[in-house]
Write a protein that binds this ligand. Structure first.
Ligand SMILES: Cc1ncc(COP(=O)(O)O)c(C=O)c1O
Length: 426
């Protein structure tokens, strides 16, 4: 077990380890519309205060009597994104001609460019899918693996990066090995060692969730990718719980593949995902979805792996607005706010709800934006139903009571949540 000082030192560096970059807030133009108050970038140099976040809250249509703590599953988009999507859908209802829809190809290109900047990669290396599940499956089904090869997975992976591999292994005869980490990790090393010990000369790929949706544990992505790269092992980093929350730079993290959903922490339009394939790793990956727009020798990830045929182009059109929203507030400010909300929530639960036990580590360095607790002897599904129906709090019954606050939550929301949990615990 680590001493308190060593844990504190690790705390300081852990968000970096998770892959968070250090971009300062970028002040962009004010966004707004007739029906919602405009929102502005926070004053440069200062961390935004509670008043600022209360203004941001007004950009979301969630009614004041509902506290949304479900970012790990789905996030409401801000007004600017909603309005863009609605406008585009409205336009499509009136005109489905090729001529009218040319604008959507332009918007997709622009979105790819912005998403590349957002994640720190080249625009040729990123594509738009429907969600993390699809992006994960593109990797699972795109690599050549044969008997004797091993795929190493975290046992907390989502089925799209777990069962998906097992199905493919049954068909092609390679081996899937799963790694556990301690339920209550005390240090970053506790999270690295099980993977280090499990890699063998047969290991071809390491696949892991950046942050677990069932425990809230956050893995040190940069260290794990480095460890894998040193042994010529490819890495699939499932970013469903980090994309849109962490201020990340995928080049710095060093993964080969990264996946995410725009409808989770990114607060973007429904049913869009991202797929990053490192340029140097694209030669190993076969496309497995081919439709109009695909061509032999396609040079970009979007053209090579993400041509799915006709899609709901109006939702794709909301991606540009979503990136603008993040950049106006500042990616680092968003990350810090989510950590602040979770840290406060954990501290308050720890001191005021003695019946609760934590599934998620208390240290922010070993966890992400997700806080999961349980009440021994009580069923999470019943508790979260009661939270929603009696207290107007939307948490998920995943791994316990899963609470995932985001920038549309305030500190006063966290106080209300703690009061509700106190009532549940008696
Ligand atoms: C770690 C992880 N991966 C993948 C997914 C799948 O995301 P989607 O349903 O958007 O494909 C989830 C959803 O919760 C998740 O938590």
């Amino acid at each position: 077990m680590k001493t308190e000082t060593s844990v504190q030192n690790e705390r300081r560096h852990f968000l970096k380890r998770l892959g968070a970059g250090s971009l300062a807030a970028i002040a962009l133009p004010v966004f707004g519309n007739e029906s919602h108050a405009p929102f502005v970038a926070p004053p440069s140099g200062d961390a935004p205060d509670e008043k600022y976040w209360e203004q941001i809250r007004k950009q979301f249509a969630v009614p004041p009597n509902l506290i949304m703590l479900n970012a790990a599953n789905l996030c409401p988009p801000p007004a600017a994104v909603n309005e863009q999507v609605k406008k585009m859908l409205d336009g499509l209802e009136k005109d489905v001609s090729f001529q009218y829809r040319e604008q959507f190809s332009e918007k997709r290109k622009k979105a790819v460019e912005l998403l590349a900047g957002f994640t720190g990669v080249a625009k040729e290396e990123i594509g738009i899918t429907r969600n993390t599940s699809e992006s994960n499956n593109i990797i699972v089904n795109g690599l050549d693996l044969k008997p004797g090869d091993e795929v190493l997975l975290w046992d907390q992976n989502h089925p799209s990066n777990g069962s998906a591999w097992e199905q493919r292994a049954k068909r092609y005869g390679f081996t899937v090995k799963k790694v556990s980490v301690p339920a209550t990790p005390q240090s970053v090393e506790d999270l690295i060692k099980p993977f280090r010990d499990a890699i063998t000369p047969q290991t071809k790929l390491l696949g892991f969730s950046h942050i677990s949706n069932t425990s809230g544990i956050g893995l040190p992505a940069k260290e794990l990718c480095k460890l894998a790269a040193e042994k010529n092992v490819l890495t699939l980093l499932d970013g469903a719980q980090s994309f849109g929350f962490l201020d990340l730079n995928l080049k710095d993290i060093g993964c080969d593949f990264y996946t995410g959903s725009t409808h989770k922490w990114f607060m973007g339009p429904l049913e869009n995902g991202i797929l990053y394939v490192k340029k140097e790793s694209a030669g190993n990956l076969w496309p497995n979805i081919i439709s109009a727009g695909w061509k032999e020798g396609a040079l970009t990830v979007d053209e090579k792996y993400c041509m799915l045929g006709q899609r709901n182009e109006s939702t794709l059109a909301g991606l540009v607005e979503t990136v603008n929203f993040h950049q106006t507030i500042g990616k680092k400010n968003i990350e810090n706010r989510v950590v602040q909300l979770n840290t406060y929530l954990k501290d308050q639960i720890k001191s005021k709800v003695p019946g609760a036990s934590f599934v998620t580590p208390l240290y922010p360095e070993l966890s992400g934006g997700v806080t999961i607790i349980s009440f021994p002897g009580k069923k999470p599904a019943e508790l979260s139903k009661k939270l929603y129906e009696t207290h107007g709090i939307a948490a998920a019954p995943t791994g316990g009571i899963r609470m995932s606050p985001h920038i549309y939550n305030t500190m006063s929301d966290m106080d209300k949540v703690v009061k509700a949990l106190q009532a549940l615990s008696v």
